[in-house]
Design a protein. Structure first.
Length: 250
């Protein structure tokens, strides 16, 4: 199994993976804070067709004038009101505006999104705790509550796929250059797999996952098995599982 996963990892963890994937959105920026903001927005709408996700996430960046961190920290009420014409599936313009305000709250209190995550990890050393803390802190800014559903709750047992994917983007770093590795005080060994229907199905075929639901208990199970294969960087096999899943299996 490890040989198979290593082969798939080598096949999909390449620069060619970037362009058709939502990770291409933060890759269009060089400033750390812009990568963090654009990455959170792109990962938040990352469900469904990847082509549609990338198209919508690029439109988000156009709304933000291609300066996402500056928009988050400096946009006027009128600027934020202008976001309300955006829509991507169930993520509405109202949600977009709420996310900008909530990111502003994080940035005003901690300096940047990354500083929140790295500071929280320094205290807890546990990604599970951070996922719960982030949702609480993020939603503490006054906003339209319709947006709440777009930040999954680990406390309620959700798989938190999009947040785990965002963390993988920001924390992992290797020679391929796909993930960013800009939050270097958080070790890759602490990450959890961004479990979705594709990685879940392949994981079950390989015997890495027995649980039928794609919930947090399943995330714990499959990540624990991947840690047996690579304790220092278990989520690198996300490339193998997801890649095999979207390309019609093994």
């Amino acid at each position: 199994m490890k040989d198979l996963l290593e082969t798939l990892y080598a096949r999909y963890n390449t620069p060619e993976f970037i362009a058709p994937d939502p990770i291409s959105i933060p890759h269009s920026f060089s400033r750390k804070e812009d990568i963090e903001v654009s990455g959170l927005l792109a990962s938040t709408i990352a469900w469904g067709n990847r082509k549609a996700i990338v198209k919508s996430a690029n439109r988000m960046m156009d709304y933000l004038g291609r300066e996402p961190y500056k928009f988050v920290t400096e946009a006027s009420d009128k600027d934020i009101e202008g976001l309300k014409t955006f829509v991507h599936r169930t993520f509405s313009g109202e949600d977009f505006a709420a996310f900008i305000l909530m990111m502003r709250g994080i940035c005003q209190k901690y300096g940047s999104i990354g500083r929140f995550f790295e500071g929280s990890y320094a205290q807890s050393k546990d990604i599970r705790t951070i996922l719960a803390q982030f949702r609480t802190e993020f939603l503490s800014t006054e906003h339209n509550p319709h947006a709440d559903k777009h930040i999954s709750s680990i406390v309620k047992g959700a798989a938190c796929k999009r947040l785990c994917m965002y963390l993988r983007w920001m924390v992992r770093k290797d020679a391929s250059g796909v993930d960013f590795g800009i939050w270097d005080s958080i070790p890759a060994s602490a990450l959890y797999l961004p479990l979705d229907v594709h990685s879940g199905n392949i994981g079950r075929k390989l015997g890495l996952l027995k649980r039928k639901q794609n919930d947090w208990k399943a995330v714990e199970e499959i990540t624990a098995n991947l840690r047996l294969l690579d304790p220092s960087d278990p989520t690198r096999f996300d490339f193998a599982l997801f890649g095999a899943g979207i390309n019609s299996g093994l």
